[in-house]
Design a protein around this ligand. Structure first.
Ligand code: F6R
Length: 613
């Protein structure tokens, strides 16, 4: 989604803004712009298309002089991608400039009133309404800060705003409501950004603004105010990871780097919690009495995180004997779910800012359920709002298509399931120890999956199949959940139509789509389900499908008899096998995307952090 950067200090603003925006490119965008203030004037440059285009127009920033500025990458919501709709937006009389991330839901009503008051509009965006509304109050004699306050009181929806006023050189105001915004404390300068990577080159001292926060800052001072307008103290938090964690480090794409980071990310997530033969869930307390009182667990999330929720159903139900319902956050928030004190709602999110997931969390809390968030971004809105948090220690994930965040979410689900099962006594001592030992081995096994031979085979398979029009993924139980994620990867980065089906379901309709050459990726990693899935593979083979099979090494020879190409992964407990099975599917999607000439890290129409509904 949109990216915001703001700066004021002694240096030239435009190069800093362009550099910061480059670090936010991963969020997805279709146009970019900056506004720089020099003395009194507000100078704007914006253009549809890649940031590199804007940067070239501005000679890397040299062509736009000024030491205070705001910048933006836009992901279109209101109005098509165009130069006019790009941010920053300047209010009608040229006194106010605004960049915005989010959606102003009542913009139409506000626009009508502003039009009646004589304000003119030059774009189709909701953001221009915010700019004109601030200017409307400013024209009435309120100062810059009060004009912003009065305007935001009238805004409905979600917004992070960066604002300049022509008459207040060197001052930036930023406001946050349900869209992420980070403040960066510099020396003789200060910053805002939608995410930390934009700031790391300049400062590691940041604070995540809370909903309702406003900050007014100059090069030397920052004044924070809460939603009521009262001054509040916001203290800096030190960011431990450095800029190189958000760089490609020699890999051609962030996605490939992040795929290879999975053994480490899963190790970092698991090992501090595997302590002396027991599971230590940080500060999360789930006492046996509370767990016994639970009637139902929901796993709520969007996209890949939702697919981890689907995995969690199989894992928690098997180990803990608790009914688990995975629900898409966008549905959950409006579905009137049955919730109460006897319900645990697990919220999964990499960014911790996904609008639907955040709304679902609020709904669950309002209805009295206990909420436990599995989140990657420390200090994000979801992490702060949930009753309990378990962080996935994946580090920054930059590629739009998630890989290591998905894997670490899965690892946290394993820990949670084992911990609950231990408390409830739903697994005996020997089984617990066996599962614990398998969890300890998981990062090493992930390293084995990334072995060069597997990668070479996947490259070869991609070169055989990249012209295909449709791809089906089939598997049973946990494998069927892994198929959902494998298929999503292919859709989002290789732009290939693909469907994931429980293998036994295929003959109830979709098998009619199988014809000569249709590619079917078949997962058969669970020994107890192997023969059943092989029967389903035969069904598609006899209708002309090409089958790429995936199983554990021990069953490889058997699978090879039925499929066109077999991928083998090491064996672990069937409950943990999805952690290993997803990696070849990620790599397959990656190489398919490369062969099809797609922009792997920035797939079309997609945003990394979906902060609008
Ligand atoms: C797919 C992908 C998305 C996210 C979804 C939720 O590769 O990345 O489907 O999983 O948008 O995002 P978070 O986890 O940030 O809530």
């Amino acid at each position: 989604m949109c990216g915001i950067v703001g700066y004021t200090g002694g240096g030239q603003a435009a190069p800093i803004l362009l550099d910061g925006l480059e670090k936010l490119e991963y969020r997805g965008y279709d146009s970019a712009g900056v506004c720089v203030q020099d003395g009194g004037g507000l100078k704007v440059a914006k253009a549809k298309g890649r940031l590199s285009h804007l940067s070239a127009l501005l000679e890397g920033g040299k062509a736009l002089q000024g030491t205070t500025g705001i910048g933006h990458t836009r992901w279109a919501t209101h109005g098509a991608p165009s130069d006019e709709n790009s941010h920053p937006h300047i209010a009608d009389s040229g006194k106010i400039a605004v960049v915005h991330n989010g959606i102003i839901e009542n913009y139409q009503k506000l626009k009508e009133r502003l039009l009646a008051a004589g304000k003119r509009f030059h774009s189709e965006t909701d953001t221009e309404v915010a700019a004109n509304l601030i200017e409307y109050f400013y024209d009435q004699g309120f100062d810059f800060k009060m004009s912003v306050r009065k305007a935001v009181e009238r805004l409905e929806g979600s917004y992070a705003l960066g604002i300049l006023c022509r008459d207040c050189p060197g001052v930036v105001i930023a406001v946050k409501h349900e869209s992420p915004l980070v403040f960066g404390f510099g020396k003789g300068c200060n910053y805002i950004a939608s995410d930390v990577p934009a700031l790391l080159k300049y400062t590691r001292e940041v604070c995540y603004l809370s909903d309702g926060d406003m900050v007014l800052f100059t090069d030397r001072e920052a004044h924070f105010f809460d939603a009521a307008g009262d001054p509040v103290v916001r203290t800096p938090e030190h960011i431990g990871w450095d800029a190189s964690a958000a760089e490609k480090a020699g890999y051609p794409h962030f996605m490939l780097k992040e795929i290879y980071e999975q053994p480490k990310a899963v190790r970092d997530t698991l090992s501090p919690r595997l302590r002396d033969g027991e599971i230590a869930l940080d500060d999360v307390r789930l006492p046996a009495d509370y767990l016994r009182s639970l009637r139902r667990v929901y796993a709520v999330a969007c996209g890949s995180a939702y697919y981890v929720g689907v995995q969690s159903k199989y894992i928690l139900e098997k180990l803990c004997k608790l009914p688990v319902e995975p629900v898409l956050a966008s549905e959950f928030r409006y579905a009137d779910p049955v919730l109460g004190e006897d319900t645990l709602v697990i919220i999964l999110s990499q960014s911790g800012e996904t609008a639907d997931t955040l709304a679902a969390l609020r709904e669950a809390k309002a209805r009295g359920a206990r909420t436990l968030a599995i989140v990657n971004v420390v200090g994000s809105s979801i992490a702060r709002l949930a009753d309990d948090v378990l962080y996935t220690w994946a580090g920054p994930e930059i590629a739009v298509a998630t890989t290591k965040a998905y894997s670490t979410q899965l690892a946290v689900v394993y820990l949670l399931a084992l911990s609950i099962a231990r408390q409830l006594g739903t697994v005996d001592g020997a089984r617990f120890e066996a599962l614990y030992a398998q969890l300890e081995r998981l990062p090493d096994l992930l390293e084995q999956v990334l072995d060069r031979r597997t990668v070479a085979q996947l490259q070869y398979d991609a070169s055989r199949y990249f012209h295909n029009r449709d791809v089906f993924y089939i598997g049973r139980k946990l494998d069927s959940a892994t198929c959902l994620e494998g298929s999503l990867k292919l859709k989002e980065i290789a732009y290939l139509h693909s469907e994931a089906y429980a293998a036994g379901e295929l003959k109830h309709g979709p098998i009619s789509l199988i014809e000569d050459g249709t590619l079917v990726v078949a997962l058969a990693t669970e020994p107890a389900m192997f023969d059943k899935t092989v029967s389903n593979i035969r069904e598609v083979k006899s209708r002309g499908a090409e089958v790429l099979g995936l199983t554990i090494e021990r069953l490889g020879e058997e699978l090879q008899k039925t499929v066109d190409s077999a991928l083998l992964i090491p064996e672990t407990d069937p409950l943990f096998q999805p952690s290993l099975a997803i990696v070849p599917l990620q790599l397959f999607a990656y190489y398919m995307a490369l062969m099809r000439g797609c922009d792997v890290d920035k797939p079309r129409n997609l945003a990394k952090s979906v902060t609008v509904e």
